[in-house]
Design a protein around this ligand. Structure first.
Ligand SMILES: [Zn+2]
Length: 54
């Protein structure tokens, strides 16, 4: 079984590792970037990630 690891970048700063996602069919979450303190809304759909600042 192949495990897909995806690094999620912060869209607002140079933080290239906001979090690691192993896999997600469908999920939504909100995370605060520890560097720029922006609130980032993440949505996953079949391993594609959309990240945007709220
Ligand atoms: Zn950031």
């Amino acid at each position: 079984m192949k495990i897909i690891g995806t690094k999620v970048k912060c869209p607002m700063c140079k933080n290239k590792r906001l979090m690691d996602m192993i896999s997600a069919e469908k999920a939504e979450l909100v995370i605060k970037c520890p560097i720029c303190k922006n609130i980032i809304h993440l949505s996953f759909n079949k391993n594609k990630i959309k990240a945007k600042a709220v």
